[in-house]
Design a binder for this molecule. Structure first.
Ligand code: THU
Length: 122
């Protein structure tokens, strides 16, 4: 992937993180998903008092995209502000695998990023 694309996705994920609703875990996550169409869909985690109703940033971005007609994805950036990077949970991996098993996962914080394919994470 081009460095500019990676940096753009990280920037968008960072902006999306600001909208996270995470009063329970206090762990805010932002995601930016690049569809094959070229469009970028963002997401943030939205928590709920009923923990099972919480949705991760990644799934919000994927569901936004799919609900607007997208089916194939290039990459998703996941941005956190902790020292440890975040990687998509099992549910998010499953949801992404449904559409694009070869998509890239970019895990980032303000100091660094790592790129893997979804297949590698499985
Ligand atoms: N979370 C995400 O949104 N994405 C990840 O990749 C890791 C975890 C959220 C879910 C929950 O709101 C909080 O982070 C703590 O797990």
């Amino acid at each position: 992937m081009k460095k500019e694309t990676i940096n753009l996705l990280i920037e968008e994920a960072k902006k999306a993180r600001k909208l996270a609703y995470a009063p329970y875990s206090k762990f805010k996550v932002g995601a930016a998903l690049l569809a094959k169409s070229g469009k970028i869909y963002t997401g943030c985690n939205v928590e709920n008092a009923s923990y099972g109703a919480t949705v991760c940033a990644e799934r919000i971005a994927v569901f936004k995209a799919v609900s607007e007609g997208e089916r194939k994805f290039e990459a998703i950036a996941v941005y956190v502000e902790t020292e440890n990077l975040a990687f998509p949970c099992a549910l998010c991996r499953q949801v992404m695998y449904e559409f694009s098993p070869d998509m890239k996962i970019i895990s980032a914080n303000k100091n660094r990023y790592e790129v893997r394919t979804l297949n590698e994470l499985f």
